[in-house]
Design a protein around this ligand. Sequence first.
Ligand code: SF4
Length: 281
Amino acid sequence: MKKNYDGLAIFFESFLCDKNCPYCIAKDNIQFLNENENFDKLEELLKRFSENGLHFDKFILSGNGETSLQSYETLERIAHIIFKYQHLFDSRRFYTSGNLFFDNQKFELVNQYFDQINIMVNSLNPELDMQITKYDKAIWKNHNIKQAKNIKLDISLTKYLDVKTFVEDIEERLKLFPNIKKIKLKRLKYHGEETKQSKWIKENRLSEKDIDELGDELSRHYPKYTNSKDSYFKINEDCNLILNAAGRKNPTKWIFIKNDKVFNYYDEELQMEKVLRGEAL
Ligand code: SF4
């Protein structure tokens, strides 16, 4: 029997970030934070997944916070275990807001053991990006970003995205960084409650009219395809762009590891026996 899940994710629960982005979902989720996480049983967990024939389309290592601010030892430990059980996953992805590229040792580790580095930006124009985040990510001038074997750009659909020049901007970026293999334009997700972050997202998200205009512009330049999961534009032979105007789907067929236990998207603990039978979600 096929025991396939869409993904397996480790979201660090201890918040580590020195930035203050106004839309920060990690801060929106502050009630879930836990200082005492450990990964002592991660290998044992993956061994059980492997023995029981489970498979995940993706593995992701992400915040809360900036993933690359975790200690080198923690990242190395997780990277080695995940690599050892790489047959469980089609791809292994690491999320960063850009800090990763400024730490050579961590960058080399991640570039070696993960298939893809996901970077979140708000605009391809660093000055517009900075108007939101109030700091210069400075990633495009960093030498490590050129060495990354596979980059995915997650670009948020906010008013700071330059819709009129987007096609020009992306082509320019791809000329300089042919290692960008995927681009996703997506709406920022908020959790419904009236937090400061949710309000910012509501006020600053790109209007539907502007998103339609962007879609039309992309259609005029690039062929559009649909696969079993998404519609995407083919920017060139090596790079696809997904315009996800609806926002991120709830990853309902995802399993989340926290403190060596397994949870669903809604933070409810799952029964291990069901997980191992492929019937937990
Ligand atoms: S860099 Fe990421 S974790 Fe840090 S404040 Fe910004 S959105 Fe939040």
